[in-house]
Design a protein around this ligand. Structure first.
Ligand SMILES: [Zn+2]
Ligand SMILES: [Zn+2]
Ligand SMILES: [Zn+2]
Ligand SMILES: [Zn+2]
Length: 207
């Protein structure tokens, strides 16, 4: 089922609700789209599921491809957004009625949601333990600090890469110079040293 449970809509007559009901899932439109062939409205998910198995419109049986479906007019989306609906947790006792587009935010903080966020510190509440804002903020602070340290370590590795590429450039330069004025033993020594440096840095970088 992709549509929104009709029985959770408040203050709209059944007759009026039919205008907002998807012909496939028989619930209220979610992400409504319109068919170009006959201007019928369906949930985005419903019509695309249908079209993955059929190549005709469910309403008039004319040929219909996914690109023959376009987003519903803004005015319909606005009407749906303003519809008043019961909370997901009304069966658990939540009596809140909110606008459709405010529902997800309400659920995030709803007192009847075991995985809700705290209204004060905005951190997730673990249903099994007594929530304490200060403790949670301290834990979050620590994990941010750890993230920061990881980032610093990553940056160090990056600069190590820079050193390696510099060493490689040096090596190239020695090779160029070998064709001009440096003696061959001198050049070889330089190349050797650079190669050692690259190996050393590669090993360090891997750690
Ligand atoms: Zn639907
Ligand atoms: Zn059609
Ligand atoms: Zn609620
Ligand atoms: Zn808190």
């Amino acid at each position: 089922m992709s549509g929104f449970d009709r029985s959770r809509v408040v203050g709209v007559s059944d007759e009026e609700l039919d205008e907002y009901t998807c012909g496939i899932c028989l619930e209220v439109f979610v992400n409504p789209v319109v068919t170009q062939c006959c201007q019928q409205t369906y949930c985005h998910e419903c019509i695309h599921n249908w079209l993955s198995e059929n190549n005709t419109c469910p309403n008039d049986r004319k040929k219909l491809r996914p690109r023959g479906v376009s987003p519903a007019p803004r005015v319909l989306v606005n009407l749906l957004n303003k519809m008043k609906v019961k909370c997901d947790f009304y069966a658990n006792g939540c009596e809140s009625v909110v606008k459709m587009h405010e529902l997800s935010q309400h659920i995030e903080y709803c007192d009847y949601n075991a995985n809700r966020k705290c209204k004060t510190c905005h951190l997730a509440i673990d249903g099994n333990t007594q929530h304490n804002c200060i403790d949670n903020l301290l834990i979050q602070n620590q994990s941010l600090r750890n993230d920061n340290q990881r980032l610093k370590a990553k940056n160090n590795k990056l600069s190590m890469k820079g050193v390696i590429s510099l060493a490689r450039k040096d090596l190239d330069n020695y090779e160029v110079r070998s064709k001009s004025r440096m003696s061959s033993s001198e050049v070889n020594k330089c190349i050797e040293r650079s190669q050692e440096m690259i190996i050393l840095l590669t090993v360090v970088n891997k750690k």
